[in-house]
Ligand binder design. Structure first.
Ligand code: NAD
Length: 489
């Protein structure tokens, strides 16, 4: 067939040692909003990972000996180049992931740019420790050095955003990397590779190997020359990674799932709380690890809250993600949509009430999107704490609203899940928000707001939500090896 016939399909290639290299086999990646194949992704395995790790190892001596200022300038240049192509990146992210173009334009890509700028700046400002022991005639100081080749594995929900949240600190600290994005959302990582040379990133410093978790991901995790793995994804995969990396005693950073509560006390400002909680439940189709999926509302305001919350949720428009007026795009895959729908069915079977969305309201889609993986924002009430909808991460546009009576009770119930990533507390009482925030088992607690982040501060989860933290200082510590040196004079 000639090119004139078929609409040329995008075919991605691995990026190894500064060059794009084809792979012997490929897998299809879909556009979730149409159900059509969008691109072909290399189905890499051991061989490709081996080549990428070798390239990263070879590049390490030169890159790690550059000054922080030199690396900082390169990171800033890369940020500028991505920003220059922001619209193309946003279009690709929306097509590949199903998210709305508005979200990709205002959240995903700007944050990817910011990740590079943030670490370009933060790497210049770290201070190491020094102590003195005059009686012994000694001073001690610490020094930090990059670790080596970092293995970076990222999920499909915020593709470039989360991948750059790892690449930026890893290379700012002087490591070289082999990254493996999700096989379902690889396009923006591949686009970024095209900018590396122009930004001044030397060959082999950033290598990207595309493919599945089972083949490419595991080959990276098991590689003896990759001493650290930064992973964001599901708790189940993290268990497998921990197991597989254990024989090598690798350093792991694991950012995992959540079952995040919002607690709404009767003195909350509902005019702020309701739109923010609708957003925290349904932003990016509910496919953000920080999304709220259990809303505890104090009894006295429960009916009013529920009425206003459902009315607000119904205003969110679901449809073609490339339409800038749309609020809810497509879910990542057919299988994932089925999984999310099944949770709603199970809740109904247990006697819960579905107040809007799935199975209750009609979903009208434009002709081009009939085969897309869409679902309306769905609100469930009268659901028991033990129900799987209140215990398991659904990772879709589904949220549960339940009533509570006392502060003590709600803390126990909010903590009554295996996860501990992010919680929100809504109350006008400063004393109460402090008290409750201290007792929640959660790596992040937002009070009277959601998703306001200062990248300097630690990000990560407790319990099954993860191990380790990422952020200005935390990422610096993760991506460097510290040494204590003692000098006797
Ligand atoms: P996933 O665990 O299925 O996949 C994540 C990545 O790991 C992908 O690149 C995948 O290919 C790879 N992978 C899969 N099996 C592997 C293996 N055996 N060895 C090595 N790599 C492997 O997760 P997902 O479905 O892509 O993402 C959704 C999950 O990510 C949700 O649970 C969500 O909460 C979580 N998440 C967490 C955060 C956070 O910061 N805490 C952020 C975003 C998403």
């Amino acid at each position: 067939p000639t090119m004139a016939h078929s609409k040329a399909l995008l075919v991605l290639e691995n990026f190894i040692g500064g060059k794009f290299v084809p792979c012997s086999s490929y897998i299809d990646s879909y556009n979730p909003s149409t159900g059509d194949v969008y691109c072909r992704v290399p189905d890499s395995g051991k061989e490709e990972v081996e080549a990428a790790v070798k390239a990263a190892k070879d590049a390490f001596p030169i890159w790690s000996s550059k000054s922080p200022l030199e690396r900082s300038q390169i990171l800033n240049k890369l940020a500028d180049l991505i920003e220059h192509d922001l619209e193309a990146f946003a279009q690709a992210e929306s097509k590949d992931q199903g998210k709305t173009i508005t979200f990709a334009r205002t959240v995903d890509i700007p944050r990817a740019v910011h990740n590079f700028r943030f670490f370009a700046s933060s790497i210049l400002h770290h201070v190491t420790e020094c102590t003195e022991m005059p009686a012994m005639g000694c001073v001690h100081y610490t020094s930090r050095a990059p670790v080596g080749v970092a293995g970076l594995i990222s999920p499909w929900n915020l593709p470039l955003y989360l991948l750059t949240w790892k690449i930026a600190p890893a290379i700012a600290c002087g490591n070289t990397v082999v990254a493996k994005p999700s096989e379902m959302t690889s396009v923006t990582a591949w686009m970024m590779c095209k900018l590396l040379e122009k930004a001044g990133v030397p060959s082999g410093v950033v290598n990207v190997v595309f493919g599945t978790g089972a083949k490419a991901g595991e080959a990276l995790v098991c590689h003896p020359d990759v001493p650290l793995i930064s992973f964001t994804g599901s708790t189940l995969t993290a268990q497998r990674i921990t197991e597989k990396s254990a024989p090598h005693c690798k350093r792991l950073s694991l950012e995992l799932g959540g079952k995040n509560p919002a607690i709404v006390f009767d003195d909350a400002d509902l005019s702020q709380c309701i739109p923010a909680t609708v957003r925290s439940s349904f932003a990016n189709q509910g496919e953000i690890c920080l999304c709220t999926s259990r809303i505890f509302v104090q009894r006295g305001i429960y009916s009013e809250f529920l009425k206003r919350f459902v009315a607000e949720a119904k205003k969110w428009k679901t449809g073609n993600p490339s339409d800038p007026t749309i609020d809810v795009g497509a879910l990542i895959s057919k299988e994932h949509l089925e999984k999310v729908r099944n949770y709603v069915k199970k809740a109904q079977a247990e006697g819960a009430r579905v107040l809007c969305g799935e199975g209750v309201d009609p979903l009208a889609l434009p002709p081009g999107n009939q085969k897309g993986y869409f679902m309306l924002p769905t609100v469930i009430s009268e659901v028991k704490d033990e129900s799987c909808c209140m215990q398991e991460e659904i990772f879709g546009p589904v949220t549960c609203v339940v009533a509570f009576d006392t502060e003590e009770e709600v803390i126990q119930r909010a903590n009554g899940v295996k996860y501990g990533l992010a919680a929100t507390v809504w109350s006008g009482s400063v004393g109460r928000v402090h008290r409750v925030a201290h007792r929640l088992q959660s790596g992040l607690v937002w009070t009277n707001c959601w998703l306001v982040r200062d990248l300097n501060l630690p990000f990560g989860g407790m319990k099954a939500s993860g191990i380790g933290r990422e952020g200005g200082k935390d990422s610096y510590e993760f991506f460097t090896e510290v040494k204590t040196i003692t000098i006797k004079h």
